[in-house]
Design a protein around this ligand. Sequence first.
Ligand SMILES: *Cc1c(COP(=O)(O)O)cnc(C)c1O
Length: 412
Amino acid sequence: MSNTQNHTGFNVEIIRQDFPILNRKVNGKPLIYFDNAATSQTPQQVIDVIVDYYTNYNANIHRGVHALSQEATDAYEEARIKIQNHFNAKHSHEIIYTSGTTHGINLVANGFSSVLKKGDEVIVSALEHHSNIVPWQMLCERTGASLRVIPMNENGELILSEFDSLLNDNTKLVFVNHISNALGTINPIESIIKKAHSVGAAVLVDGAQSCPHIKPDVQALDVDFYVCSAHKICGPTGVGMLYGKEEWLNKLPPYQGGGEMIAEVSFEKTTYANLPHKFEAGTPNVCGGIAFGAALDYMNSVGFDAIANYEHELLNYATQQMLQIEDLKIYGTAKHKTSVISFNVGDIHPYDIGTILDKMGIAVRTGHHCAQPIMDFYKIPGTIRASFMFYNTKEEIDTFISALKKAVMMLS
Ligand SMILES: *Cc1c(COP(=O)(O)O)cnc(C)c1O
């Protein structure tokens, strides 16, 4: 039996037929796409939904009495319910459409401007993406609250005993990613959420990297806010979601003013619409929302258990072979990690290796991965990052390993 079929019965060759982009060539070589942590590729099933929308029922939503507007509104709201079910939110109005993770975090950070005061403390982790650092720094500047950081160890794991000592009655908010985009570390968010709640602090989890690999249950986690982007889960760019507990979403003020988010407007006073519309000013990404729902349908049809098992196989397979390469150092060796490998070889600049790999049709990311504090921790300017999705194969990893060896030979 070929090694493309694993014990779950999941067959990668059949899966790959869903992704037309995987048939293309780059620099004359078959594309090997290992930049999935930056964005994932889109299956034909989702592309078809996008084409169908613009071909058959493109319209503005919630406004028109006409047929197209009704159809678009229904599809958009059905997708919201798919998202609700996927994340197991209690209410569909706890799902707010956003333009992506960054928008969701800014929406919450802005809302907390009216909750926080001087003397309050907020806690971030050392493993965050810039989009889960900068909005909170801006919030602290506006409110006088102070920012504390949960440190990490050499393996790229958060030091939870340090988190314990940062928590106190002034802690109002903790924000942490579920999985680090730079290192692949899976953070123990269950325990972080419990500890934060024990001092009355709310928790926002950045799920941008977790949603492609696992299916979070926001009620079981008891998380206050959870954010993600559709483009990392086989959906389109420019759309994402914010889950917020109803009580929190009612408490926070609207983020943007405009159409759709109001109940009544006069020049004396405006009253806001109910959830979720209070946070959805203006014409949204209607097609994006519908395609987001289709992407979740697709991922669920593949199955998250099969995805996790297979990606783990890819991670182990690649890690074993990479460790055979002299002077290759992997950053992020957490016990619990997902299919992301961040590495350097000797003192070769990551960009130089990335450029040679691209010539051979292999797409990896090089640089600081929007996580400069992590690079500072390791005292490096950046890494090369290979990140795998369930449509990648062991054969692609073999090609990548031999290309990497060639690149290292050329550069040393
Ligand atoms: C990609 C990513 C983001 C930013 O997502 P956008 O879609 O660019 O808003 C934030 N956090 C993590 C962990 C990410 O991987």
